[in-house]
Design a protein around this ligand. Structure first.
Ligand code: FES
Length: 119
């Protein structure tokens, strides 16, 4: 598993499941990298692309549980660090033939906090 998961959700509400979850400042994710968050009982990897946009997918690789937030991104695809399966950041679909990641709507609010929407 990924060491040193930051956060765990800053809403502190004990909410589980659906709705909007504020994860904290966009600035805590370096441009071109991802960070994993525990949100509503799920592990979600949020990536900050070089154009400043955000993407959110499940943080646990469906192949063998690799830490997706530690993967490398090229703008539209993330590559799992363990066995190099690749996934589209927009849809979560694998481009290398393994199962899909879940994808989640994510945006930065007016205070530049990351907000993710769980179904
Ligand atoms: S665990 Fe992610 S590619 Fe194998």
């Amino acid at each position: 598993m990924s060491a040193g998961l930051p956060g765990g959700g800053l809403d502190g509400s004990g909410l589980s499941g659906g709705g909007l979850h504020v994860l904290g400042p966009v600035d805590q994710i370096p441009v071109g990298e991802g960070r994993a968050y525990g949100v509503g009982g799920e592990q979600i990897a949020v990536f900050r692309l070089r154009d400043g946009s955000l993407r959110a997918v499940s943080a646990v690789c469906p192949h063998k549980g690799g830490p997706i937030a530690d993967g490398t991104i090229d703008g539209s695809v993330v590559m799992c660090p363990l066995h190099q399966h690749a996934f589209e950041l927009q849809t979560g679909c694998s481009t290398t033939g393994t199962g899909p990641l879940r994808s989640y709507p994510v945006f930065a609010d007016e205070s530049q906090n990351v907000v993710v929407l769980l179904p």
